[in-house]
Write a protein that binds this ligand. Structure first.
Ligand code: CAA
Length: 384
């Protein structure tokens, strides 16, 4: 029985920051951001959007009324939770109008938990092949104004429907996870911005990728020849290049060139949106499918998921025949082309306007946010 991604949808808000503007404001060479980090634009998240509204918008794009009836479980994977107790999946379930006879839960392990959600979903579908599981990865990447991580911020959501006979990607059983207790990036409960040991985190990422890939290759007897593309969690696009280069050094030039070209396809959306944390790997997947028109059914794709703290997983999937019919690439293009550029000053005001740790009522002006789902504020310590 094949199980995997049957549908995939993407949402990011309608505002962006041009990173050349940010470079000027921070007295950096624009090429440091454009080439050294590999980012051009960054999604700016208005106070009227959070992981719940963004997750619901991503899911809304892919779900028919029939799908909604078949969904048994909703899993929201995030590290930008809106409550320390209640699962964001309950709010999302309600906004989408799903039946009350549904299981809802939130998962956390930094940027990795979307992959855990997919693997758990496969297990549920394997127990009952009539069930479909809605996996939502949604985050707002916040490092802070003027920090080295600022250029690697971003935000948005990816929604995936996991089922039997998937039309996008059939996930293979072999996978390798690797975990160690590492302080490379974390966010204590009292903070709304991450703390990060930036250079160390990039080294741990590369090390975990090598460990996962080597073990995967050993247990499956597969080499790079068995793959059409390798895709990566992209906190910033250069990170994927660093990881790929670390394993391609020993490979013949034609193999290194092939995977380098595939990586470029997978980086396109990230260059325009920035870090989605849990959703970044799956935005890379969408980007690969959107920009490489030569992929065909049967191609094997390798996926490396990484979450600081730290955990990595390498797994693979086989591309399915109908992926081009199921994914609305035009909608993604329109959404990105219709975004409005904001100045650095406006971005800073918006950054500081996110509802944070407050117990007072807040009424937000939603008139500029045309999204289907918006956060209108907080009343009696409950999000509205
Ligand atoms: N032209 C071209 N390139 C230039 C340049 C110029 N004018 N000026 C500098 N560069 C290059 C540098 O040579 C460097 O390249 P290499 O990394 O290939 O050596 C690159 O630009 C970045 O320059 P710095 O190293 O000086 O940058 P920095 O110290 O300001 O910080 C960073 C970079 C550490 C990635 C920082 O942005 C950061 O902390 N980001 C957040 C942490 C992160 O994303 N870590 C990734 C792994 S953790 C993870 O994946 C989980 C997650 O999502 C957070």
């Amino acid at each position: 029985m094949q199980i995997g991604i049957d549908k995939i949808g993407f949402y990011t808000p309608s505002l962006y920051l041009d990173l050349v503007d940010l470079a000027h404001a921070r007295n950096e060479e624009p090429d440091k951001y454009l080439i050294g980090i590999g980012q051009e634009k960054q999604a700016v998240i208005p106070a009227t959007q959070d992981i719940v509204t963004m997750g619901a918008s991503a899911a809304d794009q892919i779900l028919t009324e029939e799908d909604k009836k078949d969904i048994s479980t909703v899993i929201v994977a995030t590290e930008s939770g809106v409550d320390n107790s209640k699962a964001a999946a309950i709010y999302v379930k309600q906004l989408l109008g799903l039946d009350n006879f549904v299981r809802t839960v939130e998962l956390k392990e930094a940027c990795y938990s979307g992959t855990a959600a997919i693997q758990f979903a496969r297990g549920l579908v394997n127990l009952n092949d009539k069930e479909k599981v809605l996996v939502i990865t949604a985050d707002i990447a916040r490092y802070g104004i003027g920090t080295p991580g600022e250029v690697t911020q971003g935000g948005g959501a990816i929604a995936m429907l996991i089922s039997v006979n998937p039309r996008v990607l059939a996930i293979e059983n072999q996978s390798v996870s690797y975990t160690d207790d590492i302080m490379d990036f974390w966010r204590p409960l009292y903070r709304s911005e991450a703390l990060v040991d930036g250079k160390y985190s990039t080294n741990v990422y590369i090390d975990f990728f090598n460990k996962c890939w080597n073990r995967y290759s050993e247990i499956t007897d597969r080499s790079f020849d068995d793959f059409s593309a390798l895709i990566f969690h992209l906190p910033f696009t250069k990170m994927g290049k660093k990881a790929l280069d670390s394993v391609m050094e020993k490979e013949p030039e034609n193999i290194a060139n092939h995977f380098g070209t595939q990586l470029k396809f997978s980086q396109q959306l990230s260059r325009q949106v920035g870090n989605l944390y849990t959703g970044s790997l799956y935005m890379s997947f969408l980007s690969l499918l959107q920009f490489n028109s030569e992929l065909v059914a049967g191609n094997r794709i390798g996926l490396f998921s990484y979450g600081s703290g730290a955990e990595g997983e390498f797994y693979s999937g086989i591309l399915q025949n109908e992926y081009g019919d199921v994914i609305d690439f035009e909608n993604i293009e329109t959404m990105l082309n219709n975004r409005t550029k904001v100045s650095v000053a406006d971005y800073e005001t918006i950054f500081n306007s996110q509802i944070g740790y407050t117990s007072t009522d807040v009424v937000l002006d939603t008139s500029n946010d045309k999204s289907k789902y918006v956060l209108s504020g907080q009343k009696d310590q409950q999000r509205q």
